[in-house]
Design a protein around this ligand. Structure first.
Ligand SMILES: [Zn+2]
Length: 219
């Protein structure tokens, strides 16, 4: 039998306002297939709203590990930042699940975290918008995702070098989805240069397929 999404309630103490609280976290996910920007087709309950934990007091929002005191002290953030982000006009336009990814992304930006992780937060936020059929909000977050994922390739900050072909492809695919044909073409064309072994051949095949779509079809 396939394992579907499993949740786990955990206790946290907020590193910003010190308030204790309990939140639902994701313990396991399974997916079958994915969209061409790697949005997994999850089996069972949707885990997307629960990958991030948010303090009910000050609204600080991050991955569960970021709540560890030692982790937070490496790059502390102030409540003022959270308040500023949440009062921006874009925060009022995004669906609630997407706002959390947007806020976590802005916090990671202020902490000067690896652009690869920043880009991933915005990408997940864009998936929340797609799931809710909010194309305008999806575009806003895809633009941020591609900016940081591109930076992670250009600055070689992609954590695992084996992921480089996939991230390079993803930058091309996000440009295609944003209808920037020229940049999509350029990035799809780069995938071949970074694919280093046979196991990554599928990325090259996917890049070729999406490059075709980019040339011949409207999005
Ligand atoms: Zn808090």
């Amino acid at each position: 039998m396939l394992v579907t999404t499993r949740f786990l309630a955990k206790s946290f103490q907020c590193p910003v306002c010190a308030g204790p609280f309990t939140a639902t976290t994701v313990e396991a996910v399974t997916h079958q297939g994915q969209d061409s920007d790697f949005f997994p087709h999850y089996l069972g309950d949707d885990p997307l709203p629960f990958f991030l934990v948010q303090c009910p007091g000050c609204q600080y929002c991050a991955y569960p590990d970021d709540f560890a005191v030692g982790e937070f002290q490496k790059h502390p953030v102030k409540f003022e930042l959270i308040k500023t982000v949440l009062t921006q006009p874009i925060s009022r336009k995004l669906p609630p699940d997407a706002v959390r990814y947007y806020l976590a992304g802005k916090i990671y930006e202020a902490q000067q975290r690896n652009p690869y992780f920043i880009g991933n937060l915005y990408l997940r936020g864009s998936w929340c918008c797609r799931r809710g059929d909010n194309r305008k909000a999806e575009i806003e977050l895809q633009q941020l995702a591609v900016k940081f994922l591109r930076e992670s390739v250009e600055r070689s900050t992609v954590g695992n070098p084996d992921n480089l072909p996939a991230v390079t492809y993803l930058v091309g695919e996000l440009y295609r989805r944003l209808e920037d044909k020229a940049l999509a073409r350029e990035w799809f064309g780069t995938v071949e240069e970074v694919v280093s072994d046979a196991e990554q051949q599928w990325i090259l095949d996917l890049a070729k397929k999406q490059a075709e779509l980019n040339e011949h079809f409207l999005n």
